[in-house]
Design a protein around this ligand. Structure first.
Ligand SMILES: Nc1nc2c(ncn2[C@@H]2O[C@H](COP(=O)(O)OP(=O)(O)OP(=O)(O)O)[C@@H](O)[C@H]2O)c(=O)[nH]1
Ligand SMILES: [Mg+2]
Length: 323
């Protein structure tokens, strides 16, 4: 059985999270899966034109040029060596290779790993407006519901509004927040926040940072300083550094990811606004280019719309239409 059939069978009865993936990825599915289907109905057997069109569909879904070329080559090889000419079988192999392309890059444990006896610090980075602050609120909500003691730190002191925005979230969620004065040194706010979180025996301390695009050297120095002061208070912290990427920015998101990966060590990526794009392939491009796992995915604006990344559900959302 090919992966498309397997996923269709697996998710025949959709649970609530599969339903969220399915709804949140509707635009991407319309773009990708419908084109695949259309292609396989227009050709009786595959030929070079078929593969050219397939390549175009992959590129338009934003999985990236490298990933596209590699995957087309793999599918083409299998088609030739096993003499597979049926378009539907070819599409099955394609989705199968997409799965392997992601899974073969390593880690697929996505939930935050908590340490015994000391707080886990999560540093959140990313450029302007990608959804950092709302993602922080959603993550806080998620782990509060799992019984964790969560605290927020507003180390985005660049915009006065940013401190206010995070404070509103902390209020709504009923959790502590540490803020500094506008224009204060982000590292000093991060230090105060982590110190307080440690004193209060928090399980998770989430640190919001400013999303301004600076020069690489500045950004690197600032993130290094924040990490250093956090590490002074809690050994090995920050244990997690998540980069937030807006799915609607397409390949520009991949460029951002590469830039951040050059200046700091990332332990995960969160893709936001998946519901607002028809190019949901960006997850495969980021994984392919950086190897960093996509830990969570934003499928809408509500608190529950941030979901743990699940490769099966993602490929189901992208590639499988209801019959
Ligand atoms: N539809 C949708 N909207 C989202 C998602 N995540 C975030 N948003 C929206 O994106 C907008 C920007 O979110 P913020 O959290 O303020 O972004 P930010 O990165 O903190 O922005 P700066 O602090 O200005 O750098 C808000 O209107 C959010 O509601 C998502 O998964 N889906
Ligand atoms: Mg913000």
């Amino acid at each position: 059985m090919g992966l498309i059939s397997f996923l269709r069978e697996k998710f025949k009865k959709k649970d609530s999270t599969t339903e969220k993936y399915s709804q949140g990825m509707e635009k991407s599915r319309k773009n990708f899966s419908s084109k695949l289907k259309n292609l396989s109905t227009r050709y009786k057997t595959v030929n070079q034109d078929y593969f050219d069109e397939l390549e175009q569909i992959l590129i338009e879904s934003d999985v990236g040029i490298n990933f596209t070329l590699n995957i087309i080559e793999e599918v083409l090889n299998r088609s030739e060596t096993e003499n597979i000419k049926d378009p539907e079988k070819i599409n099955e192999i394609l989705v199968d290779r997409m799965f392997v392309g992601y899974a073969s890059k390593g880690d697929i444990q996505n939930e935050i790993r908590f340490e015994e006896g000391k707080p886990t610090v999560l540093l959140v980075v990313g450029v302007n407006g990608v959804g950092k602050t709302t993602t922080i609120a959603k993550l806080a909500y998620r782990y509060i519901n799992k019984g964790k003691k969560v605290m927020l730190v507003a180390a985005d002191t660049f915009r006065a509004g940013a401190i206010e925005q995070l404070s509103v979230w902390a209020d709504r969620l009923g959790i502590d927040i540490v803020t500094g004065n506008p224009e204060a040194d982000p590292a000093s706010v991060a230090y105060d926040g982590v110190k307080k979180g440690k004193q209060n025996n928090c399980d998770l301390i989430i640190v919001d940072t400013a999303g301004r695009l600076q020069t690489k050297a500045n950004l690197m120095a600032e993130l290094a300083k924040i990490k250093r002061v956090i590490g002074k208070e809690i050994e090995n912290a920050p244990q997690e550094t998540f980069l937030i990427i807006d799915a609607t920015t397409g390949q520009n998101g991949v460029v951002q990811a590469k830039a951040f990966a050059e200046v700091t060590t990332l332990t995960g990526v969160v893709i936001t606004k998946m519901d607002g794009t028809s190019k949901g392939g960006i997850i495969l491009a980021i994984r392919d280019e950086l190897g960093v796992p996509v830990r969570f995915i934003g499928l809408g604006e509500k608190m529950e719309d941030l979901q743990e990344f699940d490769l099966d559900k993602y490929l189901y959302g992208l590639c499988v239409e209801d019959e």
